[in-house]
Design a binder for this molecule. Sequence first.
Ligand code: ADP
Ligand code: MG
Length: 358
Amino acid sequence: MAKITLDNLAHSYFPNPKSEDDFALKELNHVWADGEAYALLGSSGCGKSTLLNIISGLLHPSQGRILFDDVDVTAATTAERNIAQVFQFPVVYDTMTVRDNLAFPLKNRGESPQYIAERVQQIGAMIGMEHELDRRARGLTADAKQKISLGRGMVREDVNALLFDEPLTVIDPHMKWELRTQLKSLHHEFGHTMIYVTHDQTEALTFADKVVVMYDGRVVQIGTPEELFEKPEHTFVGYFIGSPGMNVISADVEGNMANIHGVSVGLGQSYASMQGKVEIGVRPEFVTLTDGEGLPVKVRRVEDVGRHKIVRADLFGKDINIVANEDTSISPDMNRVIFDPAKVNVYENDWLKEGEAA
Ligand code: ADP
Ligand code: MG
């Protein structure tokens, strides 16, 4: 297992990148702590696979260095880096049995037949294929083949890191949950450094100790699930995480007050004056619908989602979402909202602005 350091890393798929836009991965400095489980989360095309392939050595970065435990591996191959990587779609040897597919990485390393037999049995059980070990991979479903790929990724105990690139995409929903749980227990057991790429926030938040959120080729925040929820450092993190995501509302901010279309809203902190685009962010969980004072809203729809209700409303021509208790009855005269001041974040040009105690 290893600590992985990215030093001034950037990548462009163009031979002569001219501007920042030409970079699929913008300049990045980051240390992945030894033995930690990370999720790399972001929407399609934001650069997740690019970053993962640079870490594994499949892709050579146009700029910067990669260090494993302070040793520069930028020029090293994947094999030299001693990494296991699982891709979105199955990579299996069709003519081999499931058992031989799983045993392959261990045979390559010259492990003893007895150890291989035991380990393959154990991994076979983890991926729920212990009764199919003697079947040939050919003819198995995509789902089963992907489980073999996952198993092959997990079979070696001595890798520096385990990298997963959206590995559960072709797996059926029930098995997804099961396999994710297995991956987590594998992490607890062996303490590998793991990076798990996904575009699914639920997957990211349930799998990882730390979530690395990417947006448009950039890492915009690294934090625990709680940190991403409480203090999104970028408006993208705010609305990408949470369901529904954070409400982002244009405002003028002065001191500890925000002004939204002439209505004043109290903030938990006091802010220095800002340049450019100023917005406040408040999660639907911290917005309360009321018939008293507050910002005027027009309720459009109420969705009952079991443990709570999601109220879809209009605030000065823009959407606003409110999460209400399941036993709150929503009457027509509830046409105002108030925010919990301590839970309102302030953003300047999309980045979180730190305030001072008001
Ligand atoms: P993600 O895995 O987050 O969906 P990728 O890392 O695959 O994103 O892609 C990031 C960006 O780089 C996208 O704009 C994509 O079109 C581009 N890209 C990815 N692979 C290549 C490639 N081999 N050649 C050129 N552009 C690429
Ligand atoms: Mg990808």
